[in-house]
Design a protein around this ligand. Structure first.
Ligand SMILES: [Cu+2]
Length: 538
């Protein structure tokens, strides 16, 4: 195997470090006596490479997932170690599309050896592997890209995914100092092709919903999908996370059967950081039915640049610091949870993912059951200009509360990105009346746009829902008792089974029949300029 020499070197270093451990009075002393680990900078031998896909045709309004093989000219041409990657999406002229127009939901790069080793969501976290380590790469490796590009407008366009790679060629002297790392993927819905969950307004504790902790029967009685068993002794050297708008953080814990908590307490108080200024605590319980205890080792925490708070893609996530090292043992379990704000807003199709890089056989990390690990990371970028259209400004869009009752309606057809009847653009015309529904009945919605890729939702937003469209407006913020969502009505030609696609595999959906009399507004989560309304009458 290609990484055998590096692994042997890692084991050699591990022997030296362990002798220091036994000769010292404590782990903290060892940390001080170790050379200070750092980030790779611009050492001679590091190549800064830039890659881009061929033009990708983005269909009108599409929000689908595509798998493509990455051709040879979109990868490094020599063997070596990857130590940094940065993702982005561009128009063909090199401009970065505004997130309210084209949005990189995710791109996941995988290789045939280890599976996913790099990803880019709209948070655009830069991956760093710290000095002394690298992800081994062979020019013959086969890479695939799982891309989800979301077009929020009914206009076709063309973009490319682009990415920078810092590579230490295997032929360089520097390469001989590099220890190999392998990626470990953690996902709250691990193993699913479209790994998402919903969090509803008012759920969870203290205005925050943690998945799977606060979910009712999240895994249907089957084994948890958010845990990965560590197959070897080693040291985790790098971690990054992925969340969606509304997300606060991904938390990674390490479980060790029979281990004592560093504090010696059965229930460790865990902080819930709602915002920079507001937090609460909860009991971080051990795995139900086992004596394994856990310590938090990393949190990928969102910092929102968004003026409206944690409601849009205008954020960056922390990644691990270059000196962060966590020692793991074979048989340990890594577990990920993810926390979303649940104050007044429901979030649909949320993700909670993290990617770790682990150096097998490396024992240089801090044992988190012997000494506290600082789980805080660092932001990898500031506010991005593509997140500048926030929305939420006053407009001339009709306030439907003022409209007189129209005829009783049983069906709304979605055609040409318009809800008929009831679209706010139609209700703004002179003499317009709002469609009505008899209390106790439901309203059937039928998507009549292209079943294969023009997928629409009917999602409640707080009345009158008539402000300008942007990354922070509309939101799924109807009162909790009347919040509803249809899912993405569409048929995915690539859908292989449950949990494999954003589409619901149906074109029809009915509103809940228990809505109280009143006026309701809704929008399309995929194309948020689409708005509609109806009124429930006695
Ligand atoms: Cu839509």
């Amino acid at each position: 195997m290609a990484r055998a020499p590096g692994l042997a070197a890692a084991l050699l270093v591990a022997v030296c470090v362990s002798s220091v451990v036994s000769a010292s009075s404590g782990v903290a002393a060892v940390r001080r006596s170790s050379p200070q680990p750092r980030a790779w900078t611009n050492e001679a031998g590091i190549e800064h490479l830039h890659f881009r896909t061929a033009p990708i045709n983005v269909l009108p309004g599409q929000n689908s997932v595509q798998m493509v093989a990455i051709p040879r000219n979109e990868k490094p041409t020599v063997d070596g170690y990857i130590v940094r990657m940065r993702p982005d999406v561009q128009y063909l002229d090199g401009r970065v599309p505004p997130v309210n127009v084209i949005h990189l939901h995710h791109g996941v790069w995988s290789d045939a050896k280890h599976g996913p080793f790099f990803f880019g969501g709209e948070e655009k976290t830069v991956f760093h592997i710290p000095r002394g380590y690298g992800y081994p790469y062979k020019a013959s490796d086969r890479w695939t890209l799982d891309q989800m590009i979301h077009n929020q407008r009914p206009v076709p366009t063309r973009v490319r995914l682009v990415w920078d790679i810092d590579l230490i060629p295997a032929s360089s002297a520097l390469a001989r100092t590099v220890k190999p790392v392998i990626p470990v993927w953690l996902d709250v819905r691990g193993g699913e092709d479209y790994p998402v969950f919903n969090s509803m307004s008012g759920s969870g504790e203290h205005g925050a919903f943690t998945y799977p902790t606060d979910a009712k029967n999240p895994y249907g009685g089957h084994a948890p999908l958010n845990e990965v068993r560590v197959p070897f002794d080693g040291t985790i050297v790098s971690a990054v996370g992925h969340i969606h708008p509304g997300g606060l953080y991904d938390t990674i814990e390490l479980f060790r059967p029979g281990a004592a908590l560093p504090t010696g307490r059965a229930c460790r108080r865990e902080s819930i950081d709602i915002t920079d200024s507001r937090s609460a605590t909860r009991c971080a319980a051990a795995t139900p039915g086992s004596t394994a205890h856990s310590v938090r080792i990393f949190r990928a925490q969102a910092h929102y640049y968004e003026p409206a708070g944690p409601v849009s893609w205008d954020f960056a996530l922390t990644a691990s610091r270059p000196d962060w090292r966590v020692r793991v043992r074979k048989g340990d379990t890594l577990r990920i949870t993810t926390t979303y704000t649940s104050n007044h807003i429901s979030w649909y199709e949320n993700m909670g993912i993290a990617l770790l890089f682990v150096a097998p056989g490396d024992r240089s990390g801090v044992d988190p059951f012997s000494a506290a690990v600082d789980w805080r990371g660092v932001l990898t970028h500031g506010h991005l200009a593509e997140n500048n259209v926030h929305g939420g400004a006053r407009t001339s869009i009709v306030d439907v509360r003022k409209l007189p009752n129209g005829p009783l309606t049983t069906e709304v057809r979605i055609k040409g990105y318009t809800y008929r009847p009831g679209d706010l653009s139609l209700l703004g015309e002179p003499g317009a009346r709002i469609p009505t529904v008899r209390q106790g009945h439901s309203l059937l919605f039928v998507n009549q746009d292209h079943a294969g890729y023009e997928w629409h939702t009917i999602t409640a937003c707080r009345v009158p829902c008539n402000r300008s469209t942007g990354i922070a407006f509309p939101l799924s913020n109807a009162p909790a008792a009347t919040q509803f969502d249809s899912g993405q009505l569409g048929i995915d030609p690539m859908q292989m089974g449950p949990h494999s696609s954003p589409a619901t595999n149906t074109m029809r959906w009915r509103t809940p029949s228990n809505l109280q009399p009143g006026t309701y507004t809704y929008y399309c989560r995929v194309h948020p300029f689409m708005r509609g309304a109806f009124r429930v009458v006695r």
